[in-house]
Write a protein that binds this ligand. Structure first.
Ligand code: HEC
Ligand code: HEC
Ligand code: HEC
Ligand code: HEC
Length: 148
């Protein structure tokens, strides 16, 4: 056999061998247990504590707010999409909800005009839309077409 061939064979064996060793060392143990992912990820995710509580849980103590919100334009928006994940507060009202002060950016997160937003969401350009006050100065958050 010409020496070039045996060198090529050795080189190929080297490359394939180091790939096999690296694969053995780097692929997590439970990868492929159920499919093309790490089997243990299922258990790890299921074990995480939920941080959202869901709108129904607010009903127990804030049914007035729920009833009111349901009559106005924000009826499809969940409490926690504005007030933040509030499971800790719902379990123990002494714990504050995560959002302290509301900033204009919190409204603009949904209402800033953007071509990527569906047209049914009313959008404003913050540089043109009444710059004289904060959003909540003119819009009551739970009934946004009303003025405080
Ligand atoms: C077990 C009763 C209870 C439940 C359940 C509850 N709350 Fe409250 N919440 C309270 C009480 C009591 C206060 C008033 C506390 C105060 O005035 O300091 C309050 C105050 C608030 C406030 C204003 C003060 C703050 O913490 O920012 C917000 C906002 C709020 N709740 C949102 C929610 C949301 C959203 C939910 C559902 C995920 C919820 N609450 C579930 C009892 C509850
Ligand atoms: C569009 C965003 C938004 C949604 C949706 C929303 N809130 Fe609020 N909420 C606010 C803002 C902003 C304030 C602060 C008002 C202020 O400072 O004048 C507030 C104030 C409150 C307060 C304090 C006292 C009061 O009644 O004004 C409570 C309690 C509260 N929200 C509970 C809820 C609950 C329960 C829900 C779901 C049914 C909900 N909110 C949905 C934005 C929202
Ligand atoms: C999580 C997304 C979300 C946030 C945050 C939010 N909104 Fe809305 N808002 C909506 C949706 C959805 C509607 C109903 C569809 C529509 O009319 O655009 C709505 C409706 C409105 C309307 C009524 C528009 C009309 O003429 O019918 C106003 C005004 C408004 N929001 C102002 C605010 C203000 C002010 C804030 C901040 C306190 C805020 N929104 C925060 C999603 C949001
Ligand atoms: C000085 C008062 C004032 C301030 C501040 C203000 N708005 Fe408005 N907003 C209005 C009035 C009045 C209307 C209804 C008439 C119009 O569209 O001009 C309106 C309409 C809207 C609408 C519905 C637009 C549509 O296409 O029907 C949205 C959404 C809105 N505002 C969001 C916001 C947000 C978000 C902020 C904060 C960045 C804000 N507004 C600040 C007075 C105000």
């Amino acid at each position: 056999m010409p020496p070039q061939i045996s060198r090529l064979v050795l080189l190929t064996l080297g490359i394939v061998g180091s790939y096999a060793v690296a694969r053995k060392l780097l692929v997590p143990a439970t990868f492929g247990q159920y499919g093309w992912y790490r089997g243990a990820a299922l258990g790890e995710n299921a074990a995480r504590e939920p941080v959202f509580s869901g709108m129904k849980s607010c009903d127990e103590c804030h049914s007035d707010v729920l009833l009111n919100l349901g009559k106005y334009e924000h009826k499809t928006v969940s409490c926690e999409s504005c007030h933040g994940p509030s499971r800790a507060h719902a379990d123990d009202p002494d714990v504050k909800t995560p959002k302290g002060k509301f900033a204009d950016g919190d409204c603009l997160r949904c209402h800033q005009s953007s071509p990527s937003r569906p047209l049914w969401i009313k959008q404003v350009d913050p540089l043109e839309h009444y710059r004289s006050d904060r959003c909540t100065g003119c819009h009551v958050p739970h009934q946004p077409k009303e003025t405080p």
